[in-house]
Design a protein around this ligand. Structure first.
Ligand code: SF4
Length: 719
């Protein structure tokens, strides 16, 4: 493991959770003095503790943290964290303690044996959007040069892959926000589509508050009246899965009312006639019928958006987690382009990434079709560059593999052994009961995690790995700002880092060129591998990140003594990253969700997050304060729907789809449409929302349709 002593002084670092990557300072405190280590644990079993101090200097959150960030140290000292490897014993069938040697030997032998017996693509690797850039890079390299498999993807596919695909298509480059988040406070109007950032990333809400205080307008598009929607000047509540039509209706009105920025369209875009024709086929009354949003509200939105000198559209999982997510985001981008709200300061389209390193995680090679530096795996020049850095022949690199859900769906069939790091798909994947069955059908499963997650509990070998505050590494936040998480603690004695694990496995599998365990050494290699690519990190060093508190990519290494490249906070100001420098309109049309309500399943289910939990809940469900605030799933439904069902507040509601049922107490509220129910997805067990969700995939991004599926409701015997 990394040999790092606990820091004597406070350490500046970042929150382990979402893509805001809030800055914080960790101060070491004596063992047992940290926050409560969780409902199953308690303080003090770890290697000592840290407390979180405000760090106002980091510009993104300026010291503010949500409850998840404030309580993050609890998992470090929780008694339920893993502190020794576990191996499933054939005689007992149970996971029991083992040495690291035994655990790594068993994994290496099983992966090698599977490859020999069934071919290299029978071994799969599944990563996570919370892994550091160094881990994402090392995991991608490990899969491709050590295992020689094409079967690697990561849970970031479930996060913002549709926005990434739409970004690529329109702008030639994908960076979540092509401008600093602080620009949001200084624009004139924001349309926020499918984001409840008041709960998912509360410190970001201040930018919307500042926007409104300076006279700007906020339009929120969400089927629910969320805490974020309550802040809006105008709340549009379309039926789930119809926001593509909504964007087209707005674009139709922009054209009809003469609000197109003809000069911008002519000078900086291509493809407008086709996109215009597609929008003109979606007249306002038709859009009202599809979306349920009244025409006067459409007109009001267009007026607010177009009257502002500068304006932005920001999307999140709402429009993205659909089987037409790429086209839906594309429709919102078309609206920005037609009104000249892109490629200039304080205007543009951006995506609010979800996971902590959802952005960097896909830039550096754990996505099925990508190599480090955001290079395409299918591009011969990209393969040659990266192969040279890795010391292999380009032909030795496998081609693109399956996307995340398709990989999970192939487990136990084409893919017979799986190494999984930093993900809990048994809770977070769509059609989760099926995914669970697929995981159980594997010949071999190895999981590296910090706690025994629901997925880890199925594994043949479980590796206890270090947590955020125990190891150093970089993350790339939602703005494309590369930041440094610093170690503040030594991991417990039985715990190792993910990088050390990959090095140990690589050596056992015959890789002789070394797999560094030191994060900075990995980053130096990543810099070389990314050099010249779309996401060029070659000019970024640990030292620079420390001195500048983050550096925006692309940041090439300056040549000819020109001095260091400053990084690129704002993209596309002079040209877009397409071959001709123009942004591309893509003509898109409305189409229904993969599964529309019918007589048997008459209601729409949509899913999302709540303030006190994070993703699959593997960490946050183990923190007392968070668990007390949000202890269990629920079904939010409108009083009219509750009355039809004969359900009172708290009654157990079974939400049943063609894939299974989830049961949770009713939470009756007028803040949701009468034709829609909402469930948060952070929990396993009977209330697992993803048992019900639909894995129908977007044809471009391969994003599953988490946000829309048809269900029927029943009052159940018990929750
Ligand atoms: Fe952490 Fe996100 Fe909360 Fe900030 S908003 S403290 S990064 S979970």
């Amino acid at each position: 493991p990394e040999d790092r002593s606990p820091a004597a002084d406070p350490v500046d670092t970042h929150c382990p959770y979402c893509s805001l990557q809030c800055g914080m300072t960790l101060r070491p405190v004596p063992q047992g003095a940290g926050p409560d280590g969780g409902p199953d644990g308690g303080p003090g079993s770890g290697p000592g503790g840290v407390e979180v101090l405000e760090r106002t200097a980091f510009p993104v959150n300026r010291g503010a943290l949500c409850g998840k960030g404030r309580t993050a140290p609890a998992v470090l000292s929780s008694r339920v964290r893993l502190t020794e490897p576990l191996v499933r014993r054939p005689d007992s069938g149970r996971l029991e303690p083992a040495t690291w040697e035994e655990a790594l030997d068993r994994i290496a032998e099983s992966l090698a044996a599977t490859g020999r017996a069934h071919g290299r693509d029978a071994v799969g690797v599944f990563g996570g959007g919370g892994l550091t850039n160094e881990k994402a890079y090392a995991l991608g390299k490990f899969a491709r040069v050590v295992l020689g498999t094409s079967q690697i993807d990561y849970n970031g596919r479930f996060c913002m892959s549709s926005a990434a695909a739409a970004h690529q298509r329109a702008f030639g480059l994908d960076r979540g926000l092509p401008f600093p988040l602080a620009d949001v406070a200084r624009t004139g109007c924001v349309i926020l589509v499918g984001s409840n950032l008041a709960e998912t990333m509360p410190p970001a809400l201040r930018y919307l508050t500042e926007l409104k205080e300076s006279g700007g307008r906020l339009i929120v598009v969400d089927p629910r009246r969320t805490r974020t929607a309550e802040q809006a000047d105008l709340h549009l509540a379309p039926r789930p899965g119809t926001d593509l039509a909504l964007a087209l209706g707005l674009l139709h009105l922009v054209v009809a009312e003469g609000r197109v920025d003809e000069e911008f369209v002519e000078r900086r875009t291509s493809g407008w006639p086709e996109a215009r024709a597609a929008a003109m086929a979606h007249w306002p009354e038709l859009v009202e019928r599809i979306t349920g949003v009244p025409v006067p509200e459409l007109r009001a939105a267009v007026a607010m958006f177009c009257d502002a000198e500068n304006a932005m559209v920001l999307t999140a999982r709402g429009p993205e987690q659909q089987s037409k997510g790429t086209d839906t985001v594309g429709a919102w981008i078309n609206l920005c382009l037609a009104t000249g709200r892109a490629g200039r300061p304080l205007s543009g389209y951006g995506c609010l990434t979800g996971q902590g390193n959802g952005q960097g995680g896909r830039e550096h090679g754990q996505k099925a079709d990508q190599l480090p530096g955001y290079r395409k795996l299918a591009d011969p020049a990209a393969r040659a560059h990266v192969a040279a850095v890795w010391g292999v022949e380009p032909d030795a690199l496998p081609g693109p593999g399956r996307s995340a859900y398709e990989l999970l769906d192939a487990l136990g069939q084409d893919v017979r052994a799986l190494l999984l790091m930093g993900s809990n798909p048994l809770v977070s994947a769509p059609r989760a009961a099926h995914v669970e069955a697929r995981l159980r059908s594997l010949d071999f499963l190895a999981v590296a995690d910090v706690v025994l997650s629901e997925t880890a509990a199925l594994a043949d070998v479980v590796l206890p790995v270090a947590q955020w505050a125990e190891e150093t590494g970089t993350m790339t936040n939602l703005e494309g700002r590369v930041i440094l998480r610093r170690a503040a603690l030594t991991p417990p004695p039985g715990v190792r880092t993910d990088l050390w694990v990959l090095g140990g496995l690589a050596a056992r599998l015959g890789w002789e060129k070394g797999f560094p365990a030191d994060a900075e050494e990995v980053f130096e290699e990543l810099r070389r591998a990314s050099a010249g690519g779309p996401a060029d990190y070659s000019g970024i060093t640990y030292r620079r990140i420390a001195e500048e508190d983050g550096v925006f990519w692309p940041c090439p290494e300056s040549a000819d003594g020109a001095g260091p490249h400053p990084g690129t906070p704002r993209l596309f100001l002079d040209r877009f990253a397409t071959d001709d420098g123009r942004a591309r309109f893509v003509p898109v049309g409305h189409r229904p969700a993969a599964e529309e309500p019918d007589a048997e399943y008459p209601v729409v289910l949509t899913t999302g997050r709540v303030l006190a939990q994070y993703q699959s809940g593997a960490q946050t469900r183990r923190v007392t304060e968070l668990n007390e605030a949000a202890p269990a799933p629920y079904v939010q439904l409108h009083p009219l729907l509750a009355e039809r069902l004969g359900a009172d507040e708290g009654a157990p509601i079974a939400v049943v789809s063609r894939r299974g049922r989830a049961v949770a107490p009713a939470r009756i509220s007028r803040d949701i449409r009468p034709d829609t129910v909402f469930m948060p997805f952070h929990w396993a067990g009977p209330g697992r929302a993803n048992t019900v969700t639909n894995p129908a995939l977007d044809p471009v991004s391969r994003m599953p349709e988490f946000k829309v599926c048809a269900v029927r409701l029943e009052v159940a015997a018990e929750a």
